[in-house]
Design a protein around this ligand. Sequence first.
Ligand code: 13P
Ligand code: SF4
Length: 305
Amino acid sequence: MNWNSMNEKLQKRIMQLKTERNATILAHNYQLPQVQDIADIVGDSLELARAAKSIECDAIVFCGVDFMAETAHILNPEKTVLLPAEEACCPMAAMITADEVRMLRRRFPDAAVVSYVNTTAEVKAESDICCTSSNAIKVVESLDEEQVIFLPDKNLANYVARFSSKEILPWEGFCFVHDRITSNDVHRALQNHPDAKLIVHPECRPEVIDMADLVFSTSGMIKHVCSASEKEFIIGTEIGILHQMKKKCPDKICYPLSPEAICINMKKIDLVEICKSLELLQPRITVPQDIASRARKAIEKMLEL
Ligand code: 13P
Ligand code: SF4
């Protein structure tokens, strides 16, 4: 059997299973093109969390990484949440523990704790509110406290600090995909494409952000590229996003800022894993009830804004 007919067979079986299981497939903008194409909803972390809360179905197949599936389960404890590749994790989420958050609270008793959604459920449970890359500034500004512990991403924390008069205390975490992008990558890309606008993700280093025309979440980038009058863009984030840009605005030309910006964790799910996961209703992502109920408060507080 050749590649195309195998893919067609898999797609057909996934569709059948989706109906049988009354399942919805959610996929992050960084997923493989064939996964994005089979998903019911493709989006950024905030859009997918909102979708996970509002969709009516019995099972959610989450094509993303562990913290995203955990968030979906916390918001929908009654639904089966599947992460087709159990080992798909976000290394940044593992850069801070709940014990470390408790330690920070003791050290800075007057500070609010804002957790990026790229954290474990245990860390969310210790936090006042969550945020994503698309609402981080709004979340910080919504707080009464003047001092804010922002974790785990130092780059996002420093980006938020540019727009806030509050004292932001960053944790030292980072995303290995975005933190690896350098100002040399920017110089090279601008030399090759002098007419292109540079858009980067706020997980990038401050010196890269300084050189950008615009800073957006992944879906924010797609929306901007589609609606802008300019034609050429250099995109500073994980390269999986280029597939949505090609699909949604084929008249635009988008270049990756770094062709090496690949999140291997986001590439662990393919059609075979999705099919198997729907067949077996495994691997399921669950969160212990006491942790889930505390984490839910921090996530819902963000969703209410
Ligand atoms: P977005 O919320 O912008 O999609 O970002 C998620 C992420 O993991 C970025 O690395
Ligand atoms: Fe985590 Fe970075 Fe991968 Fe996003 S791109 S899931 S922050 S490792």
